[in-house]
Design a protein around this ligand. Structure first.
Ligand code: ATP
Ligand code: MG
Length: 398
């Protein structure tokens, strides 16, 4: 007997009423895409259920992949047999005979197909009796069994499954639209991206770099972080914005203390322009309230003012420790702590204004017009596509 199916359960999707079909199709596509290296493994939808059909493949690596697909609440390995009492009975018995320890069990037959001649309770009792007779170290416990054997009798056949493996939950990536993640090389922004993807948001990245003040390695760090996140979002586009000229102008023409605030406003404006180009409806950042000078309520108020797009800040109320925990869990931490300087760190003034005032910043900005520099930065932005499985797929579109 060999497991030939994985049954996928999709907890939260159950709440979506009429939209359920769209969500399921998205989940089905995402699973199929994640299994691209297994071309003969198929993902099927039948009556609102999802199955991965293994076609003889070892289930373990496939389950490991599924454990990272948002929208999957839990999964179970299943054997599919004909709707035939003898076959069902023999398969369950074979399965349970493999158990070597003293354990309790329960049989739970579900007869969705009412054409099947034996009622659920009767089936539970008689197959349970078979097991007790043949596997003496197993006992019945209907309330808290160690093993629950589900016999799911459907039109197309009967699925027999035991173990439940938990998935990551959340919503399928792409089912909640797209956001542009402002990705630095730090700890926070990759975590912000992960949290949004878990809510079904597809990401594109924007990164501002300032060569030669920031190194190739700093840029590579951002690409490496993106690569880590492709585990959840198969292909990710990174917009690399050349920011040297704009930054130099900012720190030359405005008071140093306001450099940080103005620089952030410019980053927002450029991000908004990229969103327009790519038809993206929101910006995501890794900001967390009170962490640094640019993340006070006053700073966020002044920085946010330049855009009408929603700026999503999923980490806003999280402690640094919580953020670090997630970054370790998603394996971005070790990349984030590499010591290559980010453009904000290079140009940061010694004492930036912590509580900037809107009126004052607008007045200061009148002293010098950055429109041309912003336009050039947008025009010279490069796109790099990063793909989960295939490094060759990283094609620079110049
Ligand atoms: P992070 O760990 O994400 O770098 P941080 O706590 O270091 O965050 P800041 O450096 O003030 O905070 O950055 C705040 C947010 O601004 C970042 O989370 C990120 O979303 C965005 N950001 C900062 N630098 C860049 C950059 N060079 N390119 C794109 N986005 C950036
Ligand atoms: Mg940072």
């Amino acid at each position: 007997m060999q497991y030939d199916h994985i049954l996928i359960r999709y907890g939260e999707l159950g709440l979506k009423g009429k939209n359920i079909r769209t969500f399921l199709i998205k989940l089905q596509q995402n699973i199929q895409q994640s299994l691209i290296t297994y071309p003969d493994v198929k993902v099927k939808r039948t009556q609102g259920r999802l199955f991965v059909i293994l076609n003889g493949h070892d289930p373990d690596p496939i389950i490991d992949i599924c454990k990272n697909i948002f929208g999957i609440y839990s999964l179970s390995l299943a054997v599919k047999v004909k709707n035939d009492e003898r076959e069902i009975r023999e398969t369950v018995l074979k399965m349970m005979s493999k158990e070597t320890e003293n354990k309790t069990f329960k049989i739970k037959a579900k007869r969705a197909n009412k054409d099947f001649p034996i009622r659920s309770l009767e089936l539970n009792r008689s197959i349970g009796g078979d097991i007790l007779k043949n596997v003496p170290h197993l006992k019945v416990d209907v309330h808290h069994p160690d093993i629950e054997v589900v016999i799911d009798i459907r039109a197309e056949g009967t699925y027999i499954l035991t173990e439940i493996i938990y998935g990551p939950g959340g919503l399928p990536v792409g089912s909640s639209g797209k956001s542009l993640l402002m990705l630095s090389g730090g700890i926070d922004s990759p975590v912000a991206g992960y949290v949004m993807m878990k809510r079904g948001v597809k990401l594109e990245m924007i990164h501002f770099h300032s060569p030669p003040f920031t190194s190739e390695r700093a840029k590579q760090k951002v690409l490496d972080l993106t690569k880590k996140l492709t585990k959840y979002n198969y292909h990710i586009k990174v917009h690399l914005v050349p920011f040297t000229e704009a930054q130099q102008l900012i720190f030359k023409h405005y008071p140093k203390r306001y450099g940080m605030t103005i620089m952030r406003r410019v980053m927002m404006k450029i991000s908004e322009a990229i969103c327009q180009q790519e038809n993206i409806l929101s910006i995501t950042t890794g900001e967390s309230l009170g962490q640094v000078a640019s993340q006070t309520m006053e700073s966020m108020n002044v920085i946010n003012e330049v855009t009408n797009l929603p700026v999503l800040r999923p980490l806003i109320a999280m402690d640094k420790e919580e953020i670090v925990d997630i970054s370790k869990q998603i394996d971005t931490y070790d990349i984030s702590i590499q010591p290559y300087e980010d453009c904000c760190t290079v140009f940061v003034p010694k004492s930036p204004v912590i509580k900037p005032q809107r009126k004052r910043v607008i007045l200061i900005e009148k002293d010098y017009d950055l429109t041309e520099a912003i336009k050039t930065a947008i025009e010279e932005t490069k796109i790099i596509k990063i793909s989960h499985t295939n490094d060759e797929a990283i094609d620079e579109l110049l």
